[in-house]
Every structure is written in structure tokens, then in C-alpha cells.
Design a protein around this ligand. Structure first.
Ligand code: HEM
Length: 411
């Protein structure tokens, strides 16, 4: 088998290396990936020489590492694939995704108060309305860019709604979020602009938090700024940073699931027809889209001691990288793993991670995927990809930048 450079984000821009992942799972489930020279200059402004990492590709090993925070830390080197300087890491550790117990447990408990079943069920009604509005805007055109006009719009609007952003601020929040998240690819790269957008977003979060402290409403911001765990509240910086994490963690991931799902349905017309004929299949189809697309490619852990994974020695401070697209096609867990099967059940995929950092927005994202495809397939049942698909250069998110679609226009 020809080696594939898992370090190079260009690898994933070309296509997800599923054949190589299959080989790795069978022959080297704990695979040493040396650092590629391409990597060093790529992560400006840090420009640190990058170390190699252990690539974990089997379902059972991804689960084992994800569950064991004591041996595999999210805090020591953050959950980001790249090595970054200590100063930047100290800032990133304000995000729960880059923390371990006991700090993480406490923050997660507090934030869970805002992500209750009731909140998510209430959001479901909004998600349905927002999905219908998005399809309204394109339905008569007969064609559009799926990413720009559908997949990227819904997650942003949903987060704006969730945090209780007033309607008149929506466009501002939408533009700032877009500027902040599009930094990894050379097509979008403008580090200064992204940093500027983040500062403005922090200010905006501060403003919204202040409003809701003084005058609470029925929204996530009000819950979070007033919630207490062990007599402690989220302070202003804590809330503002969490606000940014929501935007970063909830936007591109859900967008990728929706656009990747559209592509998979377009490539498998028999599966799309199943959904058109019987919308009740949407529930299992949502899980299958998540498994098949795996919108997040990697998360990283750092070994806290000399240890082992599947009999391979790992040294303290080694980087251990979880490959979700690989784990999600493990034939030990999934029958015919390369097949896209909208009725697949059970479907214990790891697209949302596993263990203490299991995605906080999983049910929200599931609702978005379900609603948008319910709306699309009932109103534009012949929607299909009609031109070249451009993929993002990233080793973190499995993202499509643009994808033209066509359909019979609605009258
Ligand atoms: C299809 C969409 C999504 C996917 C595939 C996804 C994937 C993930 C994954 C793999 C993790 C685990 C990280 C780790 O173990 O290091 C995670 C964590 C997280 N996700 Fe998501 N996510 C999605 C949508 C969302 C949404 C909509 C939100 C918020 C509204 C969100 C907020 C978070 C947060 C806050 C964490 C950190 C949780 C913690 O550290 O305890 N995600 N997500």
C-alpha cells in the first residue's frame, strides 16, 4: 500500500483517504505519522516545527482513548492537531474542549444547564421554520450553490436563535462568524481579518451577556450567565469564550454534514428515493449521513505518561490523533462499511466523538440535518449535484467549499 501523508491537509482536500484507512485498520491501527515539511510553514503565525503523531484508526481504539482522560489529555496539548506555543495554548484552555477533569467536569455541568432536552425541543420548531425559509429563497431558481445558499446558512441562524441574538443583529453575527471560521484554506486565509472578527465577536458576546444579566429571557445566554455550579457562576470572560466556541464548533461541522449528506444522496439516487418515498427513514438517514460523511476528521490528545494503545508503546507527551472517518468505517463494527445505507440500524458511529467531550450540540445538529433534508426532499425531490465539488484544505474538518445543485423549480 502506498503511504499517504496524513499530516498534509492537501490530502483531505483531494479526497478522504478511505482506502488507506482500511489498510491502516488492518495492518497498523496505531500508525506513526512523521511530520511533513509542508506543515511547518502552514500554520502561520505560529510557525512552530511540528512533531509527528500516532494515528488511531480503529473504532475500539478511538473509544478507548476518548474515554481515558487520565492517560490521554485534551488539556496538555489542546485538542488541536498542530503543536502551538504555550501562550496560545493557555488561552485556548479557556474552552472546555481543551480541558480535562476536574475543570472540564465543572464547566460542562454548568453549560449542560443551557442544553436541556426542553431547550433543544423548543429549538426544533425554530429549526423547521428556518429550514423552510432557506428553501423558500432558492426554490424557484432551479439551481444554486448548495453550500453558500443552504448548508452554511442554517447552522448560523440556529446558533443566533439559540443564544437569543436579536433579529436586527443577525446579519452582523452571520458576517462576523463567517469571517472568523474561514481561515484554514488559502482561498479564505486572512489571519488578521479572522482575529479582528474574533475580537468583535467577543465584544458582541459581552454586550449580549450584559443585557441578559440585567433582563433575563428564555434563551441560552440568559441561562448561562445566571447558572451556578457549586456556588460559582460563569464569569464574563468564561461566557464570552464559550460563545465563540459555540460558533466555531457548531457552524462548519453542521454545514459539512448537510453538504456532505447532499453529495452522498446525489451519488446514491436509490437511497435518496427511499427517503422521498418514506420520510420516516430520515431518522436513521441522519445517523448514516453523520457516519458516512464524518464532518470532523481529527481531534488530538496528548499522552500524560508512558503507556500503550493496542499493544503499541506510546511515550509521555506523544500526540495521539483520533481519525473519526476511519473509525466510522471499521468493518469490526459496521457491516459493509463503505456502503451508504440510509436505513442502517444500529449505527454506533463516532462522528460526535465519545466519552466526556461527547459533542454538546449533537441533538441540535441532528435536528438541523433532519429538518433541512425533510424540507428539501419534500419540495425539491430531484435536487442533485450538477457540477464540480470544491473541497476545503483542512485536516480537521471534512468540508466542501462550493457545490452547484439543480432541481425542478417550485411553482
Ligand atoms: C454535525 C455537526 C457536529 C459534529 C460532527 C460535531 C463533532 C464534535 C466532536 C467530534 C466533538 C468531540 C471533541 C473531542 O472529543 O475532543 C465535539 C465537541 C463539541 N461540540 Fe460538536 N459537533 C457538531 C455540532 C455541534 C454544534 C451544533 C454545537 C453547538 C451548538 C457543538 C458544540 C460542541 C462543543 C461545545 C463541544 C465540546 C464539548 C466538550 O468539550 O465537553 N457541536 N463536537
Amino acid at each position: 500500500m502506498q503511504t499517504v501523508d496524513l499530516f498534509d491537509s492537501g490530502t483531505y482536500e483531494r479526497e478522504m483517504p478511505h482506502e488507506y484507512f482500511t489498510w491502516l485498520r488492518e495492518h497498523e491501527p496505531v500508525h506513526w505519522q512523521p511530520p511533513g515539511p509542508s506543515r511547518v510553514s502552514e500554520i502561520s503565525p505560529v510557525n512552530l516545527a511540528q512533531r509527528g503523531f500516532w494515528a488511531i484508526s480503529r473504532h475500539r481504539d478511538v473509544v478507548e482513548v476518548s474515554l481515558d482522560q487520565q492517560r490521554f489529555s485534551s488539556e496538555r496539548g489542546t485538542a488541536l492537531l498542530n503543536d502551538i506555543d504555550e501562550g496560545t495554548m493557555a488561552q485556548l484552555r479557556l474552552w472546555m474542549i481543551n480541558q480535562d477533569a476536574p475543570r472540564h467536569t465543572k464547566l460542562r455541568k454548568l453549560v449542560n444547564k443551557g442544553f436541556t432536552k426542553r431547550v433543544i425541543e423548543q429549538m426544533d420548531a425554530h429549526v423547521r421554520t428556518l429550514s423552510a425559509e432557506i428553501v423558500d429563497r432558492v426554490a424557484r431558481k432551479g439551481e444554486c450553490d448548495f453550500v453558500a445558499e443552504i448548508a452554511s446558512v442554517l447552522p448560523m441562524l440556529v446558533i443566533a436563535e439559540l443564544v437569543g441574538c436579536p433579529a436586527e443583529d443577525r446579519d452582523k453575527l452571520f458576517n462576523l462568524s463567517n469571517r472568523m471560521i474561514g481561515f484554514e484554506d488559502p482561498d479564505f486565509a486572512d489571519g488578521d481579518d479572522a482575529a479582528g472578527a474574533m475580537v468583535e465577536l467577543l465584544e458582541y458576546a459581552g454586550h449580549l451577556g450584559k443585557l441578559r444579566r440585567a433582563d433575563p429571557r428564555d434563551d441560552l445566554t440568559s441561562t448561562l450567565v445566571n447558572a451556578e455550579v457549586d456556588g460559582e457562576k460563569l464569569d464574563e470572560l468564561g461566557f464570552n469564550m464559550f460563545f465563540i466556541l459555540l460558533i466555531l464548533a457548531g457552524n462548519e461541522t453542521t454545514r459539512n454534514a448537510i453538504s456532505g449528506g447532499m453529495l452522498a444522496l446525489s451519488e446514491h439516487p436509490d437511497q435518496r428515493q427511499k427517503l422521498v418515498d418514506d420520510p420516516s427513514v430520515l431518522k436513521t438517514a441522519t445517523e448514516e449521513i453523520l457516519r458516512y460523511v464524518s464532518p470532523v476528521i481529527t481531534m488530538r490528545r496528548t499522552a500524560t505518561c508512558d503507556t500503550e494503545i493496542a499493544g503499541h508503546s506510546i511515550r509521555e507527551n506523544d500526540k495521539v490523533v483520533l481519525f473519526y472517518p476511519a473509525a466510522n468505517r471499521d468493518s469490526d463494527v459496521f457491516e459493509n462499511p463503505q456502503q451508504f445505507d440510509v436505513a442502517r440500524d444500529p449505527n454506533p458511529h463516532l462522528a460526535f466523538g465519545w466519552g466526556p467531550h461527547f459533542c454538546l450540540g449533537a441533538n441540535l445538529a441532528r435536528g438541523e440535518i433532519r429538518c433541512v433534508f425533510s424540507e428539501l426532499l419534500s419540495r425539491l425531490p430531484d435536487i442533485e449535484v450538477s457540477g464540480p465539488v470544491r473541497r476545503l484544505r483542512s485536516s480537521t474538518v471534512n468540508s466542501i467549499k462550493s457545490m452547484p445543485v439543480r432541481f425542478t423549480p417550485e411553482r
